[in-house]
Design a protein. Structure first.
Length: 239
């Protein structure tokens, strides 16, 4: 198994932000937004941790205008590009962006109807503070969707994924993708973190050949005695 190699926690240069926004994330972002809408409430307040350039909140609000989304990030330049993207589609009344550390949220307990996060976890040296903060700020019946890359077992698998999904990208974009794969977690590591976080009623799934997801569906009424994991949601070793 490849060892995890950390990426910078913040992609904060203007070049990073523009390069990231220019990468073809449409398929991945659309799939994430669609799944978030399936899991989430018909209306309410959503927190997007590590929103980047706000592409996913835009997709979600375009599909469901009853959502209000707060997007947070540690990169000023990502947020600047995101503000431009939001204004370009006229959604400034539904999406707000803020420079906030996802590991130390300034929001009260039981505040959000849903928390989403796409491709943030691999940037964080220790994701546990973020996961515990999610558990604190979500309502008991709130939805959760956290998705990120899976760290491959060996270098050959990394090279294959880069070739499959970034062959037409620039050299810098391919390097960003490769570094992200190397900084990612395995599904087993994510299961351990979810268990430690105290988040109840969520499950870890492999959502593509390169992504894992932590998922919890929104419920209109609070389900009593949420299990730590839904029955059968955590695979046993070897499955």
């Amino acid at each position: 198994m490849l060892k995890r190699i950390l990426e910078p926690e913040v992609m904060d240069t203007w070049e990073d932000a523009v390069e990231y926004d220019a990468m073809d994330h449409e398929e991945v972002n659309t799939a994430f937004a669609r799944r978030a809408l399936e899991l989430g409430p018909p209306s309410g307040l959503v927190l997007d941790g590590g929103t980047g350039t706000a592409r996913i909140p835009i997709l979600m609000v375009q599909e469901n205008p009853n959502l209000q989304i707060i997007g947070i990030d540690l990169s000023n330049n990502m947020l600047k590009v995101g503000e431009t993207n939001i204004n370009d589609v006229g959604l400034a009344g539904s999406i707000s962006l803020h420079l906030v550390d996802a590991k130390d949220l300034p929001y009260p307990d039981n505040h959000f109807d849903m928390v989403i996060s796409n491709s943030l976890i691999h940037h964080v040296p220790d994701p546990m503070p973020f996961l515990r903060e999610i558990n604190r700020v979500v309502k008991a019946n709130a939805a959760i969707l956290i998705r990120d890359l899976i760290r491959p077992e060996h270098q050959k698998a990394v090279d294959m994924l880069v070739k499959k999904y970034a062959a037409d990208c620039t050299h810098r974009q391919r390097k960003l993708f490769q570094d992200s794969l190397m900084a990612a977690f395995t599904i087993e590591e994510v299961e351990g973190m979810l268990l430690e976080s105290g988040i109840r009623g969520a499950q870890v799934v492999q959502s593509s050949d390169r992504h894992w997801s932590i998922e919890r569906k929104w419920y209109k009424e609070l389900k009593k005695d949420f299990p730590l994991f839904p029955k059968g949601s955590v695979p046993t070793k070897g499955e």
